[in-house]
Ligand binder design. Structure first.
Ligand SMILES: Cc1cc2nc3c(=O)[nH]c(=O)nc-3n(C[C@H](O)[C@H](O)[C@H](O)COP(=O)(O)OP(=O)(O)OC[C@H]3O[C@@H](n4cnc5c(N)ncnc54)[C@H](O)[C@@H]3O)c2cc1C
Length: 406
């Protein structure tokens, strides 16, 4: 029996593609090697599923071709995604532009997509892994293996959509096999690396900073050259830095580390004040110790680390402190430089950068430019979004386009 469409991977983009294709009366089968579909969706947005964002522009996505990204987002934009969910009874919660299902439960999205597939007649086969794909005379043979007993089978289809995701949080199913499968079909894969990940740093003082969360600006330097910066809630851990501003700059750090380049992060613990204002606060005319004065500006653990690094006694009375010592403290408050040694790896990253080159995919259809009727969706391609719902938006848009054209 020949399927119209086989979709490899029942994640966000695969299920969107399946629903769209089935609504066009296509006979669709999803092959999913996990025991159920949509496992990664459950993890998104801390279990709340930040499914998109009202702010959409090309700067929110990283790829080698901005026109590719624009063309995709125009065809199934955020508003269409929100309308699609609403039409199906899923209301939206808008938190400063970040969109979530109103119930605050990622499971609502994951279960809805699964049920919508089933109602549309999509044949979902879980526990079945795609090993390879071949196309002979316009018919695809999809070689598979049952996870439970290792038994092999071959399925046939006129079109195949590869929706296998990246290779982060591999327990959720995305184990990177899609890169191999597509590479065997002749596609060029830009080396996948972790993105939206914490950064491990060399400095020993991080042990003393563990658990601190503070508003800060982080600036990334590669080979001493400014590359990117972001401001927001910084999380300090015993191994380095984490939190949304770090995630936003991490994909550049990841690529640079992989290339063996020097990566540093400059932390500004008081981004809202300039150096003179911070100096004036430190020199305030009071009898407090410098450590007490500093504690009025930053978290106590940060104060202690800065005093230790600068060698200034924490009992020194603020108004008696020398101009030189004030300068030293201000420098560390405004610019503590740390050396990045590695990223959090695929285990801690939310998304992969790299993947199938967008030069080889038609942005109007998601069809491979190398093989007719082979389509590619979601994270497996070389486009990654910043934090804030952009990676799922990419999955919905690419899934919808592939499902409309397969
Ligand atoms: C912890 C975490 C939090 C996140 N939070 C957010 C968020 O709030 N907002 C946001 O926009 N993005 C978020 N993301 C990113 C987002 O989840 C992904 O970018 C998105 O799910 C990618 O969709 P996809 O369809 O490409 O792949 P996936 O959703 O990963 O689906 C791929 C599917 O393919 C299956 N599969 C893979 N290989 C095979 C094979 N060989 N045979 C059969 N099946 C296979 C997998 O089991 C999986 O079900 C988060 C990611 C993580 C890890």
């Amino acid at each position: 029996m020949i399927n119209d469409v086989i979709i490899i991977g029942g994640g966000a983009s695969g299920m969107m593609a399946a629903i769209t294709a089935a609504s066009r009366n296509k006979k669709v089968t999803i092959i999913e090697h996990c025991e159920k579909t949509g496992k990664k969706i459950l993890m998104t947005g801390n279990g709340k599923c930040n499914y998109s964002n009202t702010l959409q522009n090309v700067d929110c996505y990283r790829s080698s071709d901005d026109s590719f990204v624009n063309s995709v987002l125009e065809k199934f934009p955020q508003k269409d995604v929100t309308d699609f969910f609403l039409r199906n009874g899923i209301a939206t919660k808008n938190r400063n532009g970040y969109l979530y299902p109103r119930s605050g439960q990622a499971a609502v999205i994951s279960e809805f997509l699964r049920e919508k597939c089933e109602h549309a007649g999509v044949n979902i086969i879980c526990g079945l892994e795609c090993k390879s794909i071949k196309c002979v005379n316009g018919i695809f043979s999809v070689k598979c293996r049952y996870m439970e007993n290792g038994e092999k089978c071959v399925m046939s289809a006129r079109s195949v959509i590869v929706s296998t995701g990246g290779m982060t949080y591999q327990k959720s199913g995305s184990d990177g096999s899609g890169y191999r499968i597509l590479s065997e079909l002749g596609h060029h894969i830009i080396k996948p690396l972790p993105a939206l990940t914490p950064l491990h740093c060399k400095e020993k003082f991080f042990k003393a900073l563990k658990g601190v969360r503070c508003d800060a600006k982080v600036s990334l330097y590669i080979d001493n050259k400014f590359t990117a910066s972001d401001t927001g809630e910084l999380q300090l851990t015993d191994y380095g830095v984490s939190g949304i501003p770090v995630f936003q700059i991490s994909r550049y750090a990841s690529r640079a580390l992989d290339e063996g380049r020097k990566v540093t992060v400059d932390i500004d613990f008081v981004p809202e004040y300039d150096e003179n204002t911070v100096g004036d606060i430190l020199l305030s005319d009071n009898d407090l110790s410098i450590s007490q004065t500093l504690n009025g500006i930053v978290n106590k653990k940060i104060s202690q680390v800065i005093l230790k690094i600068t060698g200034i006694s924490e009992n020194m009375v603020s108004k008696k402190i020398s101009t030189n010592d004030v300068r030293k403290i201000v420098r560390h408050l405004k610019s503590t430089k740390v050396t990045v040694t590695k990223t959090g790896g695929f285990e801690q990253a939310q998304v992969c950068c790299g993947g199938v080159s967008t030069d080889e995919i038609d942005s109007g259809t998601m069809q491979s430019k190398l093989i007719d009727n082979l389509f590619i969706t979601g994270e497996v391609m070389d486009v990654d979004g910043i934090c804030g719902g952009y990676n799922l938006q990419w999955a919905w848009s690419t899934g919808y386009i592939a499902g409309s054209n397969c």
